[in-house]
Design a protein around this ligand. Structure first.
Ligand SMILES: [Zn+2]
Length: 172
């Protein structure tokens, strides 16, 4: 069977986790990954509700990622992981040289396949299915949020996605 989009997104994230260290706090680890993929990362104050964005113009040597520095540390981590998801999707699937995605907290932007990919990617990058499911099962959502350096809503969203599209048995 052909690989589905969520499977591709999770596989890309798993692949990165095999070669890069993904910690649970701060942005340094994720910035390193973004830079490995050729993007620069800036953290700046932005309007409330805007989590971040990524932009790549045709003439630019590299994509630029911006993260809203007013958000909590946990939200900033998820935003950066999500923007890396856009980067990976554009680079490895679309081979696209010019693009931009604006990410608002309340889905003011259209929720399309690009956003779906970026969210699945970010979920797997920050909350790898196996350890994540075990942690939630044994210790609950709050502990999982602490342990994986994300917000409780991010834990709940990841759980819903894993219920909708369960990982293969080996990853549970
Ligand atoms: Zn996005």
């Amino acid at each position: 069977m052909a690989e589905l989009l969520y499977q591709r997104a999770r596989r890309e994230a798993q692949q990165i986790r095999r070669s890069a260290r993904v910690g649970t706090s701060g942005l340094r680890d994720l910035i390193d990954i973004a830079e490995t993929w050729g993007a620069s990362v800036s953290v700046d104050a932005m309007e409330p509700g805007l989590s971040g964005f990524i932009i790549k113009n045709a003439g630019d040597p590299a994509a630029r990622i911006y993260v809203n520095g007013n958000d909590s540390a946990e939200r900033q981590r998820f935003t950066l992981a999500h923007e890396i998801g856009h980067l990976v999707e554009r680079d490895s699937l679309a081979k696209d040289n010019e693009y931009s995605f604006m990410d608002y907290r309340n889905a003011k932007n259209e929720y399309n396949l690009h956003e779906f990919f970026a969210d699945e990617f970010a979920g797997e990058l920050l909350m790898p299915a196996g350890p994540f499911i075990r942690t939630v099962r044994d210790h609950g959502e709050f502990t999982a949020a602490k342990r994986f350096g994300v917000s409780v809503p991010a834990v709940q969203k990841r759980l819903r996605r894993l219920q909708k599209n369960p990982p293969p048995v080996a990853h549970r």
